[in-house]
Design a protein around this ligand. Structure first.
Ligand code: HSX
Length: 207
């Protein structure tokens, strides 16, 4: 399975601070943003470059720049994905942005899409989907289907924390989508929350 664990010491340390129950909303937000910056560095390692002729104070040279026609699209799964999106946009201010809104029907437990807006024509773009948590995996799995229909050049998923059950579900449904996470936790509780986890990421981010 295509699971990339991004466990840089700075990320691990900041994640521990996020997990602590006493960490405030303000601090939680800052930490998620900082971790997202660090993870974005790793996730974008293979972005395409092209050479441009530039002039340094000393000489002319062919220097690498990000291929402009290939602007990355970051798709945030509402609402907690916003926390990661903010960090990535700080690093790549001209990235394009999409939003997907999903909720779980309390009766049927099925995932229902209530919002879907992504940039037009993803066919020559790299798409990075972000959501801090993969618990059962239902949300991530559902979010990826409509994106696959848009046939982006590449598709990958970035989360902070994942449960083994959710990772297995993700890989079963989308074995072709690389998954990046900062940590894999122990298990899910009976309500589908990650243990030991960090609680509800949306609530901790927004209150
Ligand atoms: C939380 O639940 C997260 O931000 C995700 O959107 C979702 C993960 O749960 P699951 O669908 O993997 O069980 O709001």
């Amino acid at each position: 399975p295509d699971l990339h664990l991004i466990d840089h010491p700075l990320i691990q340390h900041k994640l521990t601070l996020m997990r602590r129950a006493e960490t405030s909303t303000a601090k939680f937000r800052t930490l998620l943003k900082e971790i997202s910056l660090l993870m974005a560095y790793e996730v974008t390692r293979d972005l395409p470059l092209k050479l441009e002729t530039i002039q340094t104070p000393m000489a002319t040279m062919e220097a690498p720049v990000l291929a402009p026609e290939k602007k990355l699209v970051v798709v945030s799964i509402m609402r907690a994905g916003q926390g990661i999106l903010d960090g990535i946009l700080e690093l790549m201010p001209s990235a394009r942005v999409g939003h997907i809104g999903l909720y779980r029907d309390p009766q049927t437990l099925r995932v229902i899409e209530y919002f879907f807006k992504v940039p037009e024509d993803l066919s020559d773009r790299d798409v990075l989907v972000v959501d801090p948590m993969i618990a059962t995996g239902n949300t991530a799995v559902a979010a990826l289907y409509p994106l696959k229909q848009a046939q982006p050049r590449s598709l990958r998923f970035l989360c902070l924390l994942a449960a083994p059950e959710g990772i297995a579900h993700f890989h079963r449904e989308h074995p072709d989508v690389p998954l990046y996470a900062a940590a894999v936790d122990e298990k899910l509780d009976e309500r589908g929350y990650i243990l030991p986890g960090l609680g509800d990421a949306g609530d901790r981010l927004f209150g």
